[in-house]
Design a protein around this ligand. Structure first.
Ligand SMILES: Cc1ncc(COP(=O)(O)O)c(C=O)c1O
Length: 427
């Protein structure tokens, strides 16, 4: 198929999709009020129903959940309803009871205690709380990878500039999980205080062996911080089981929450080690200015402060409820089925090099690839022109395109993507 034929074929698909979606919307009830069919990850009807819960356009295939997740109607409606409710009475709506109601399902999803969760504006804010809260000083060594997102680079470099900490780097190996453990272990010295790594790399979507790295860190008295921006909402896991000391995630990627939402987990025993630095109303549990005394909140709420946007946090609660309705195991099965389909199809295309791990257990719902003859940004532009939204990855010199597959994607969209890649080759 050449470029012109491809445009025709895609245009045909788009026209059909647009027609179907118009017909759908004129004949069905408001999506979020339709009764849910039983969740069955093997049933395409079920996933079509899930897809109908999103206003996300069908005109463009969206493969950038790793950058930003689309929110379902229930989330948007929950935010709007809370804004309306609060604006009518001009109140913040911030109550202890609401906080507990919202944080309980989040803690359940992440496998930790409700007291260990703090609301943040994004993953970056959580990273900053940990980076600036830990007692790190000149000469202390921090181990991190060459595949970090800028959000898990800049705060540590700022600490290097300000305090003189030392940063040691390892290149993640996509060949074996053990190799990554070994590479980290080789960097450990008497001065190592912290390992700061992603749960899933933003570059190749590699799932790192956090539990094993955590055991290694614990055995050497080193803290472990995990950047969970790409894992919360994509797959099931249990933070207590993983054993890290702190974990930061955003609500606006795989969790499908409102934009500018995030969560920070700090292991209970670490509350007085990760010192709360940005503090104010809600961070404390009583103070006396005259006596100069201050008690921090006994929970991770100590990392929160001041008036916040309550409707956004209510929306995050609705997003977690939405994912739990599907079941996080089912979400993972679907995301993985789509990404495996893509992985297998990409393998059939000459000159395509897949940069994500070959080992299925280390591969997630983000697949990154390169073309041997077409620069990645050119390929991205080509795909863009066919309304295929990908993410270019330059971090760590990867220079590839990353494809995220989440519950609103389907196999037909991946076929379109594959045709798009093939047509670029034929240009
Ligand atoms: C691994 C990783 N960490 C952190 C971030 C930053 O997330 P946020 O914008 O929510 O702070 C991203 C965003 O893409 C990411 O991929």
């Amino acid at each position: 198929m050449n470029r012109k034929q491809f445009i025709h074929s895609v245009a045909g698909t788009l026209a059909t999709t647009a027609l179907v979606s118009t017909l759908d919307s004129s004949t069905r009830e408001e999506p979020s009020h339709t009764p849910w069919p039983p969740a069955d990850p093997a049933d395409e009807h079920f996933w079509r129903f899930v897809r109908d819960q999103f206003p996300l356009t069908r005109d463009r295939a969206y493969f950038n959940t790793g950058g930003l997740g689309a929110s379902p109607y229930v989330v948007i409606e929950a935010v709007k309803a809370k804004i309306d409710e609060l604006e009518e009475i001009s109140e913040t709506g911030h109550t202890e009871q609401l906080w507990r109601e919202l944080k309980t399902p989040i803690a359940h999803l992440l496998g930790c205690d409700v007291e260990e969760i703090a609301f943040m504006r994004n993953a970056t804010e959580g990273i900053n709380v940990v980076c600036n809260g830990l007692p790190l000083k000149k000469g202390d060594e921090i181990i991190t990878s060459t595949h970090e997102h800028v959000a898990n680079v800049v705060p540590w470099l700022a600490l290097l500039q300000r305090e003189g900490v030392v940063i040691e780097l390892f290149e993640p190996s996509t060949q074996s999980a053990q190799e990554n453990i070994d590479r980290i272990e080789k960097l450990i010295t008497r001065r190592t205080r912290l390992i700061s790594i992603p749960h899933i790399t933003t570059t190749t979507g590699q799932l790192l062996p956090i539990k094993e790295i955590s055991q290694l860190a614990r055995s050497k008295n080193i803290w472990l911080f995990v950047d969970g921006a790409q894992s919360a909402g994509m797959l099931p896991f249990n933070l207590h089981d993983l054993g890290c000391d702190a974990y930061a995630a955003c609500g606006h990627k795989w969790l499908l929450g409102p934009k500018e939402t995030g969560v920070l987990y700090v292991r209970k025993e670490m509350f007085d080690v990760v010192r709360a630095k940005f503090v104010g109303a809600y961070s404390d549990h009583g103070y006396d200015l005259a006596k100069g005394t201050l008690a921090f909140h006994p929970t991770a709420q100590r990392y929160e402060y001041g008036t916040v946007n309550v409707p956004l946090r209510v929306g995050l609660g609705a997003a977690v409820g939405f994912l739990q309705r599907i079941g996080i195991e089912n979400v993972w099965k679907r995301d993985k089925a789509l990404s495996n389909y893509l992985y297998n199809a990409l393998q059939q295309i000459p000159d395509i090099k897949i940069l994500s791990p070959a080992n299925d257990a280390e591969r997630t719902a983000m697949i990154t690839f390169q073309h041997a003859k077409i620069p990645f940004l050119e390929l991205q532009q080509h795909l863009n022109s066919f309304k295929l939204r990908t993410r270019s990855v330059s971090e760590g010199g990867v220079d590839g395109l990353r494809i995220s597959t989440h519950i609103y994607n389907n196999f037909e969209e991946i076929d379109r993507l594959i045709e798009g890649v093939k047509s670029a080759v034929l240009q």
